[in-house]
Ligand binder design. Structure first.
Ligand code: SF4
Length: 464
């Protein structure tokens, strides 16, 4: 039996607690908002007697928390759902959550017959009850939007060792013509400022000192009384917080108040990820980004004038419909002018239902042209990044040690301006703030040498 349900209708207290400590594994794709949502799902299920596990082998419940932003993200998930079959016991329940679940709804059940649950981002409150139903052989789709849902009563089960993701806003009211997010996450709504501050205080009690505030256009945050500037000031003043970051802002929502709060609150880090998407005004118009090249540059200039040492990173799309050589050259020239510290660069991926898919077919940029432009863009951005980083050699910076680096020998740390710094130290230093001198760079990351023997200790978080 397949049932479509409203998640609010299934209150957690109505759910019976399942048999002792069934295990749940969640695999997360996509953005930090999905990471934060997975932490909420773990928290919700843990409160209902489930035990989180970090491998799918033999788990009682496997959830795949998905992304829909690009076609290959969805293709990967469909492939992964097939692979996960081999980890299933006869009674394992498999669910698909997140943006792809919201976008495809019951179609996921048709594409993957071993999936029992399809739950969108506003439906996680009902997971324990839905899992009880799935255990009885039922299938569910829960993809209603719930504009009141912020999961205020759910305690996230955090896995990130040294920082906390804090969603402050869900959904998006912009309508960029390439973007599926307004369809998958619904209209914009913000949490109340006191609720966010309370969560940040709890995070500090758990031993964390860095928070990242999350929203699709996070700087348009408003709870009806407070704006994003108020939020930065309130979070930044929480006793014990040492670093505040946020992602992703929209250039149009950088009021003077927000920039002043960034400049004046010492705990707010000197880094902004400022999505640009294109350097061409005509292209930005087709993307419905609602700013021009000149306005973007003006925004950058206002920020740099107010915040010394500000690092800027960005997102750029290549090959959007109708992109001409001149428009692409405008993107390259804007990169040279702003001199971004880094960029996420993407080839345009049409998403069903977005206005971009209804643009004239003759506007489609041939794959070979997209690839050639993409390669040139990557070379340009990486070249600038390398030059920026070479100029930093010899600087002394404070870093927070985050984890063991991929090579297994060095530790990976992060500066306030979001530079990745590899430091020689033992794993006991994860969670410490160190002062290091930047002694080398690969172009993308740094190596650093501690210049003080007295690192400041940050207690390790208590999670679980
Ligand atoms: S601002 Fe544009 S790109 Fe960002 S989530 Fe909203 S619609 Fe998508």
């Amino acid at each position: 039996m397949t049932t479509t349900v409203n998640a609010r209708a299934l209150q957690p207290d109505d759910a019976t607690t399942p048999a002792p400590r069934p295990t749940v594994y969640i695999e997360t794709y996509g953005c930090q908002m999905n990471v934060a949502d997975s932490e909420l799902m773990y928290g919700k299920l843990q409160a209902h007697g489930y035990a989180p596990v970090d491998v799918p082998d033999g788990a009682d419940v496997i959830l795949v928390n998905t992304c829909a932003i690009r076609e290959n993200a969805e293709t990967r998930v469909i492939g992964r759902l097939g692979e996960l079959r081999r980890f299933m016991k006869p009674d394992t329940i498999v669910g698909v959550t997140g943006c792809m679940a919201q976008r495809l709804g019951p179609r996921v059940l048709d594409q993957a017959r071993h999936v029992s649950l399809v739950v969108g981002p506003d439906g996680y409150r009902a997971l324990p009850a839905l899992l009880d139903g799935a255990r009885r052989g039922e299938k569910f789709t829960a993809t209603d939007f719930d504009l009141e849902e912020h999961y205020e009563d759910v305690v996230a089960r955090r896995f990130e060792g040294v920082k906390a993701w804090i969603p402050v806003q869900r959904g998006c009211d912009y309508r960029c013509t390439y973007c599926i997010v307004p369809t998958t996450r619904g209209p914009e709504r913000s949490r109340q400022l006191p609720d966010v501050v309370r969560e940040v205080q709890q995070v500090v009690e758990q031993g964390l000192t860095e928070v990242v505030l999350l929203g699709q256009t996070v700087n348009s945050y408003t709870d009806g009384t407070h704006d994003f500037a108020d939020l930065l000031r309130a979070v930044g003043a929480v006793d014990g917080i040492r670093r505040v970051r946020y992602t992703s802002p929209h250039p149009n929502d950088f009021s003077d108040r927000v920039i002043a709060a960034m400049a004046e609150v010492p705990t707010v880090c000197e880094h902004i990820h400022l999505p640009m998407q294109s350097g061409s005004t005509s292209m930005l118009k087709r993307m419905l980004r609602r700013y021009t090249r000149e306005e973007y540059l003006k925004c950058v200039a206002r920020m740099r004038a107010a915040i010394p040492g500000l690092a800027l990173t960005t997102d750029i799309i290549v090959g959007f419909p109708g992109e001409t050589d001149e428009e692409f050259e405008d993107t390259l020239s804007l990169c040279r002018e702003v001199r971004f510290d880094d960029a996420f660069m993407f080839k345009f991926s049409p998403r069903e239902g977005t206005p971009a898919t209804r643009m004239p077919p003759e506007w489609t940029v041939p794959d070979a042209v997209v690839t050639e432009r993409f390669d040139r863009l990557v070379a340009t951005v990486r070249g600038i990044s390398r030059e920026n980083n070479l100029a930093r050699l010899g600087d002394t910076v404070e870093v927070l040690v985050e984890k063991v680096a991929r090579d297994g020998e060095l530790l990976q740390a992060r500066s306030r301006d979001f530079k990745t710094v590899m430091v020689p130290a033992d794993a006991a230093k994860i969670g410490d703030y160190l002062v290091v001198q930047l002694t080398g760079t690969t172009g993308a990351t740094f190596t650093g040498t501690p210049v003080t023997n007295k690192p400041e200790r940050q207690p390790l978080p208590m999670v679980g």
